[in-house]
Design a protein around this ligand. Structure first.
Ligand SMILES: NC(=O)c1ccc[n+]([C@@H]2O[C@H](COP(=O)([O-])OP(=O)(O)OC[C@H]3O[C@@H](n4cnc5c(N)ncnc54)[C@H](OP(=O)(O)O)[C@@H]3O)[C@@H](O)[C@H]2O)c1
Length: 334
């Protein structure tokens, strides 16, 4: 299979049109199967996926160690093609709690030193703070990453979940390859201001939550039991009446998918792919089956009539519930 590619902004690398988001292999979506996670990483690399996304706080280093292990065991040609995008800055505690973000320059360099070691690589391809540290101007955080770029420890600088003004300030400090931000049929908040800004500045988008964390994958059911520590157990969109409302949207989408002979997840991913060549969806597959399904979205063409039907079934703002619990919404600029 020849994988299509897309540029990560005007200054970033060319990457596979779909990236693999590895978070769920270590954290936030309940138990993951380690052997299946490694097999999924290998299958993705073999299919031509070159962009692997992680965060140093996903399982407190677990996710980076997992990716490092998978890369070491991969054929050299695949390993050399792989680009690892790392988020840092989230502060955790031994009970799994979250206690803010640290974007001070000394902290940035400390986080990077540990990530390089855990991943077992000599550079990080894209490095970004996961959320803005309200106590540290973005110029200082981005400036510290720019120093890491100068020294060869990092190749490109990214951003995550920041608003248009912060994007501008960051881009005035150093070249920014991409903004990682939630974007899906039911999370369209970036369209009014953020997307026009990134386009004006030549910054790419790596879109996460393309399936709204499984909610609009077509596989999620109202009776699914979510374990402790599963983000979705606290997510407003997965609660009670909100959940039922959102699953009704999925059923409307399913009718369109069935008419096209594709799955709901493929339709949702293809919709994000259709939004522009500057957008690279991250798919959160953690099994080979899910990966195969997600990669199938690359073969789905949505004609104007399909797009219109999708918009009618799931209009902007159709979802019930915020995309994060209130405490986490407070860390978002977007
Ligand atoms: N910058 C940020 O703030 C931020 C935030 C969140 C995530 N991210 C990054 O973005 C990546 C993707 O985010 P996400 O995991 O929330 O994305 P997602 O693709 O919206 O959700 C992944 C979930 O969808 C389910 N799913 C069902 N069918 C699927 C299929 N065919 N392919 C893939 N998943 C399917 C998976 O379920 P099962 O595994 O249960 O079957 C998994 O729980 C993460 O791994 C992480 O690297 C970044």
């Amino acid at each position: 299979m020849t994988m299509r590619t897309r540029p990560l902004g005007t200054t970033g690398p060319q990457v596979s049109a779909l990236g693999l988001g590895c978070m769920g292999m270590s954290a936030l979506y309940g138990e993951a199967d380690r052997a299946e996670s490694i097999a999924t990483l290998h299958a993705a690399l073999e299919a031509g996926v070159t962009l692997l996304d992680t965060g140093d706080f996903y399982g407190m280093g677990h996710n980076e160690l997992l990716i490092g292990e998978a890369l070491r065991a991969a054929p050299a040609v695949r390993r050399e093609q792989a680009l690892v995008s790392v988020k840092f800055g989230a502060l955790r505690d031994p009970d799994g709690g979250w206690s803010g973000y640290d974007g001070r320059p000394a902290a940035v360099k400390n986080f990077a030193a540990y990530s390089l070691q855990r991943l077992g690589v000599d550079h990080i391809d894209v490095y970004r703070i996961a959320r803005l540290d309200p106590d540290v101007p973005i110029e200082e955080t981005v400036g510290a990453i720019a120093e890491l770029v100068e020294k060869g420890h990092v190749r490109h600088i990214g951003l995550s979940e920041v608003g248009a003004e912060t994007v501008r300030r960051a881009a005035a400090t150093a070249p920014i390859s991409d903004l990682q931000i939630e974007y899906s049929l039911i999370s369209r908040g970036i369209e009014d201001e953020i997307l026009p800004t990134t386009r004006e500045l030549g910054i790419g988008i790596t879109a996460y939550g393309v399936l709204s964390r499984g909610l609009i994958s077509g596989h999620f059911t109202a009776d699914r039991q979510l374990g402790a520590g599963d983000f979705r157990a606290m997510s407003p969109r997965f609660q009670g009446e909100n959940l039922q409302h959102n699953l009704n949207l999925v059923e409307a989408l399913r009718k369109i998918a069935e008419q096209k002979g594709v799955s709901v997840a493929q339709t949702a991913i293809a919709w994000v792919l259709s939004r522009g060549e500057d957008i690279v969806p991250l798919i959160g597959a953690r099994s080979r089956d899910r990966l195969t399904e997600a990669l199938g979205a690359l073969d789905v063409t949505l004609a104007a009539a399909d797009l219109a039907a999708i918009e009618e079934a799931v209009p902007p703002g159709a979802a019930a519930g915020d995309r994060y619990p209130a405490a986490q919404m407070a860390h978002l600029e977007s």
